[in-house]
Design a protein around this ligand. Structure first.
Ligand SMILES: NC(=O)C1=CN([C@@H]2O[C@H](COP(=O)(O)OP(=O)(O)OC[C@H]3O[C@@H](n4cnc5c(N)ncnc54)[C@H](OP(=O)(O)O)[C@@H]3O)[C@@H](O)[C@H]2O)C=CC1
Ligand SMILES: O=C(O)C1=N[C@H](C(=O)O)C[C@H](O)C1
Length: 226
């Protein structure tokens, strides 16, 4: 694959390392310093763009890839309130967008398990809460993953009854814990990322998968999960 990296920070660099090891090419690296100089024609030679930048930059980068006619994989969190408008633009342009708050296989299996457990446990009187811990450079809170997890189980509980607590500690790649509590016991489900490798591998799988497709996709499309 010929890849454009939109965002060349912790994730962009990790993805580049794995991509080069796998024999792919990185044809353009975009960060805050050169973003203003980049136009759609600069992306034209790429098969796919992979976007890990910042919450306030993601949507303009999606529009750039759409204008270039290049499929885009977006890992940046904190912009999904704009998804309905972005969806319209992707459809109108006949483009391809793959987005996920978390690209690791482990977290996506965690989501499926959480959904199944919530279905059963909410009716047995359990309450649920979510905790997330990330490194101190993280710009958004709650994490995108915690919000997706909340969305996946919220319908089983009364409105507003699944709180999220966010903690920031040095060097934590990403930890998410879902706790169900009843009068008689507690059930905890925890995903602990040991590094950013799982996120980077998942983003590269999504990039290979979306080439040649049109539409809007997420991890359940790639993994065939709920
Ligand atoms: N979905 C998932 O699985 C994961 C999602 N994430 C999310 O990905 C995002 C990035 O994370 P991370 O790599 O750790 O962040 P970093 O802060 O390490 O990197 C962000 C990069 O984006 C660049 N940037 C800033 N503005 C723009 C712009 N307008 N266009 C293009 N690039 C820009 C920065 O440039 P400069 O260095 O010049 O400032 C920097 O290179 C976050 O939202 C994070 O939550 C992270 C991990 C996994
Ligand atoms: O900012 C990060 O680092 C991460 N962001 C994503 C999120 O907000 O859920 C995914 C992962 O937890 C790492």
């Amino acid at each position: 694959m010929k890849i454009v990296l939109l965002g060349y920070g912790k994730m962009g660099r990790y993805i580049e390392q794995l991509a080069l090891q796998a024999g792919h090419q990185v044809v353009l690296r975009v960060d805050e310093d050169n973003r203003e100089q980049i136009g759609a024609s600069d992306l034209a030679a790429a098969d796919v763009a992979i976007e890990f930048s910042r919450p306030d930059a993601a949507v303009a980068n999606i529009d750039l890839a759409l204008a270039a006619g290049v499929p885009i994989v977006v890992g940046t969190t904190g912009w999904l309130d704009q998804l309905p408008a972005v969806r319209l633009r992707v459809e109108r342009a006949g483009g391809a967008l793959f987005y996920a708050s978390n690209f690791s296989i482990g977290v996506n299996v965690f989501f499926s398990a959480a959904r199944q457990m919530a279905r059963k446990l909410a009716h047995e009187g359990y309450t649920a809460r979510i905790e997330e811990i990330h490194h101190t450079e993280k710009l958004d809170a709650p994490s995108g993953t915690a919000l997706t997890l909340q969305e996946k189980i919220a319908s089983q509980f009364p409105p507003g009854a699944v709180p999220i607590e966010s903690y920031r500690e040095p060097d934590v790649p990403g930890t998410h814990r879902l706790t169900f509590t009843s009068a008689v016991d507690t059930i905890e489900l925890t995903h602990t990322a040991k590094s950013r490798e799982g996120f980077a591998r998942g983003a590269l799988s999504a990039a290979a998968w979306i080439i040649g497709k049109r539409g809007i996709f997420t991890m359940s499309d790639l993994l065939g999960s709920e």
